[in-house]
Design a protein around this ligand. Sequence first.
Ligand code: SIN
Length: 288
Amino acid sequence: MTLKLRRLSNALGAEVCDIDLTKPMSESTFGEIYSAFLQHGILLFRNQNISREQHIEFSSRFGELDKHESLPRDRHPDYPELLMVTNKPNPDGTPSESRYTGRSWHTDFSYTTNPALGSLLRCHQLPEVGGDTLFANMYMAYDTLSDGMKKLIADLHGIHLSGTRKINVADKGNERRTEVMKLNPPIAQPVVRVHPETGRKAIYLGEKVKRFDGMTEEESKPLIDYLNKHATQPEFIYRQMWRENDLLVWDNRCTLHQALGDFDETQIRHLERTTVKGTPSGYVVANG
Ligand code: SIN
């Protein structure tokens, strides 16, 4: 089978048309999907009315799935492979702890020594308008730097912190935040990461990084701010405007993403994510 692909933006992403994930899929078709994933960084499958089991089963073709030990409170109670990204209140009426997940530029689990290969996010319920997600192409971000800047950042390591999301001042989610930070000590990751499968260099940074290893925050901030601004400029972006039953997979090794708060938060936005484990990367920083 030759996949029918439709590009999503100039920078990255493709929609895979004419695939029904409720049906069995051959190894060779999955091989084409995986090649397209490596080439485009993001693949979108629309109209996939799949069960949670099918979401997990399809995801596990990309690799071993994370059981989300680093975010234990956000797991689905019956499926540890599914991470809830939802503002649906808890059964006891308290606010969902994952309602602000992903609200800053990041790549999944960069604050662990097993950062994610990919993530597969499925849209269950949406507000009337908005609730979009931005993605940015980190190969482009690296390739468009000057030779001087490439040399300057070649050996730098950024220290990735958990629990740095932008929160509403009214959010009293401190207990979760403290727990997540205790479970996940600061991890230094290379600022320029070589993609383990394509061999291409990509910027690996985002807003979870406040300083470079061996440097102070004050010294690091101007360069971190420059790199993040450069890396997330409109030319490198795809904006996902969700529809119910969309399934989107992204390559965390060469993209950044950010969930937007561009919606009425009294309306439900409910998505569920699987996370595919990547190859080990980074090291623990004692005084992060
Ligand atoms: C995430 O960062 O995994 C969540 C993205 C989103 O909610 O759009």
